[in-house]
Design a protein around this ligand. Structure first.
Ligand SMILES: O=c1[nH]cnc2c1ncn2[C@H]1C[C@H](O)[C@@H](CO)O1
Ligand SMILES: [Zn+2]
Length: 331
């Protein structure tokens, strides 16, 4: 099967984990930032998380380098544009990208400037390439909570004009949802859709909490509902979209090898799974690669693929008009 030509949808991709290495070199030069190396291969290898990572925390260390050049409006706008360009060029028809505005304030940008720059880069790419997109704002679970509402307020100005959802990302501790209930509630009241990273690092209860306490409509990863019947049943009953990211899950040791990934069992049990990249540079991947890996490992058919594609359309935080457009590509 020609995986490159298949129409694709990516609902879970981080902007800061998906920066072109060459762009890091060029932006560092423009911004007078010194890099550990100017060699593209060296920068590339510093950004890619190795298969030997011990856990998610080690994987997350790879984000400091790209974030160093994402502290200006021009840098964020360019990186956003290029990510949508790269996805469009491998037939991604719809793309939801997320990032953490709290990580882009090292040089004093306001949340409005940060979010506005990302949206502007996306819209410039939408006008030039055959792709549609939206942004998801990720709050870092390990950060102080005093500016979360300020992120939500700033993003609200772009709601349904480039921004659609609220997310929680970063290292995952058991019970993390309990401390963030008021923030998820505030975001929902403002009109944000909700997706939450949960069940990535072994805690199925976090998925249950994310759905029951934070009203998540989708879950980032969600792998560990496998060992938690109540969470599994809740996901199934409520038709919660599972944003699976196979390569990332192997790097962070959420699963040991692809054949042990529960994505196929979920699919057979008709849970609404989707296939996504998580971090194109840090996980050294593309949508073409992720789709190929899953289809070849589990011997999926073209019919299986389009079932998953339709799950992605249904689970997308896109307008009805965009969803209708995306359904035209489904077989
Ligand atoms: O897979 C992930 N799980 C939890 N957090 C993640 C993952 N990939 C990236 N992040 C974090 C690191 C980024 O700096 C942040 C915002 O994109 O989100
Ligand atoms: Zn993620």
């Amino acid at each position: 099967m020609n995986y490159f030509n298949l129409p694709k949808i990516d609902l879970h991709c981080h902007l800061d984990g998906s920066v072109r290495p060459q762009t890091i070199i060029e932006l560092a030069q423009e911004q007078n930032i010194s890099l550990p190396s100017k060699d593209i291969n060296e920068i590339n290898s510093l950004m890619i998380a190795p298969e030997t990572c011990q856990n998610l925390e080690e994987y997350l260390l790879r984000f400091d380098l790209p974030l160093s050049v994402m502290q200006t409006e021009a840098g964020i706008e360019r990186i956003s544009f290029e990510l949508f360009e790269d996805a469009a060029k491998e037939n991604v028809k719809y793309f939801e990208v997320r990032f953490g505005p709290q990580l882009h304030q090292q040089q004093g940008l306001s949340f409005k400037q940060i979010i506005g720059s990302a949206v502007k880069g996306m819209q410039r790419a939408e006008a030039q390439f055959n792709i549609k997109g939206n942004y998801i704002l990720s709050i870092l679970r390990t950060f102080p909570k005093d500016n979360i509402n300020a992120v939500i307020d700033a993003g609200a100005e772009f709601l349904n004009e480039g921004v659609v959802a609220f997310d929680l990302a970063g290292a995952e501790l058991p019970g993390f949802c309990h401390d963030v209930i008021p923030y998820a509630k505030y975001a929902k009241e403002k009109g944000y859709r909700i997706t939450i990273h949960a069940g990535e690092q072994g805690v199925g209860q976090n998925v249950h909490d994310a759905v029951s306490l934070l009203h998540a409509e989708r879950i980032g990863h969600g792998i560990h509902i496998t060992g938690h019947q109540e969470a599994y049943d809740l996901v199934k009953d409520k038709n919660i979209g599972l944003e699976t990211c196979p390569s990332s899950n192997i790097q962070t040791k959420a699963v040991n090898i692809l054949s042990e990934h529960p994505i196929h069992d979920f699919h057979q049990d008709e849970l609404p799974i989707t296939i996504n990249t998580d971090n194109r540079t840090v996980s050294n991947t593309t949508m073409t690669d992720e789709v190929r890996k899953v289809m070849e490992e589990f011997n999926l058919t073209r019919e299986d693929y389009f079932k998953i594609y339709r799950n992605s359309v249904e689970q997308a935080f896109a307008s009805d008009e965009v969803k209708q457009y995306l359904m035209q590509f489904a077989e």
